[in-house]
Design a protein. Structure first.
Length: 267
């Protein structure tokens, strides 16, 4: 049975519409709400279970310290900032308000596929660097999870929560906020060509992303984080905030799990 011209046009239109809708702030917000809630609620349960806070995420701390300058503080402030930013962005754009559960299923599928090249790159890079722990570097954004934890279960929970938190708040700070700020500085203030602003924003945000990782103590590792930052920036600019956060979270979860099980086998 052949497809009519109308059906074929409808399928092309659906594909184009999907590509655009996944980048809408409202769809990104609804898509990310489960991760935001999982991190915030998981953090509360972690504190109640172990009587201590999670190791600090630098991106989350930067947000809190910035707003502390204006007398605004709170445990849930970073999460609230993210929700408010995406909500206000949605109001400015005037996109439709309709949640689309089917859309989110495909967005997670995209995130899984986009995680694979970064994992392959990390594996190749670490093999070339002759690192002892095959995935130790790949826990980039967990910031020494086990340093302040006292047992295996606590280390595992902290690692998973920090993987989610890093994906959310590092993308908020170094992609959503910093790329916009650098681009505005270069294009709007310095009147540079838009393509120069785009390149400068991607490179500048990626260098900042690499700089905040305490494990980037050599040129090689710093270069890896910078390249990862460029990759995340390209995903953000081409596929939107929701998908880049999910990609970052999935990568961190796989990386931390690899280190965790490596250490378990070593013990």
């Amino acid at each position: 049975m052949t497809k009519t011209g109308r059906q074929a046009q409808g399928e092309v239109g659906s594909l184009t519409s999907y590509w655009e809708r996944t980048q809408w702030p409202f769809q990104g917000l609804i898509f990310l709400l489960p991760l935001i809630l999982l991190y915030e609620i998981g953090t509360i349960l972690y504190i109640r279970s172990y009587g201590e806070n999670l190791p600090n995420l630098r991106a989350e701390r930067l947000l809190s310290e910035f707003f502390n300058l204006f007398g605004v503080s709170g445990v849930y402030l970073p999460g609230l900032i993210l929700v408010v930013v995406l909500f206000c962005w949605h109001l400015v754009r005037r996109d439709p308000w309709k949640p689309e559960p089917k859309l989110y299923f495909f967005m997670y599928g995209e995130a899984i596929l986009l995680t694979i090249p970064l994992l392959v790159f990390a594996a190749i890079f670490m093999r070339e660097q002759n690192m002892v722990q095959a995935m130790a570097l790949a826990q980039a954004t967990t910031e020494n999870v086990a340093q302040n934890t006292i047992n295996v279960a606590q280390t595992w929970q902290a690692g998973m929560l920090l993987s989610i938190g890093a994906g959310i708040y590092e993308e908020l700070v170094y992609r959503l906020i910093l790329i916009a700020m650098i681009h505005a500085l270069l294009v709007d203030l310095l009147a540079l060509p838009p393509f120069v602003g785009a390149i400068g924003a991607v490179l500048g945000s990626s260098l900042a992303f690499a700089w905040i990782h305490p494990t980037a103590t050599s040129l090689g590792i710093f270069s890896f984080y910078t390249a990862a930052g460029v990759y995340f920036a390209m995903i953000y600019l081409s596929r939107g905030f929701g998908i880049v956060v999910a990609t970052h979270v999935l990568y961190d979860i796989i990386a931390v799990s690899s280190v965790y099980f490596y250490n378990m086998m070593g013990d």
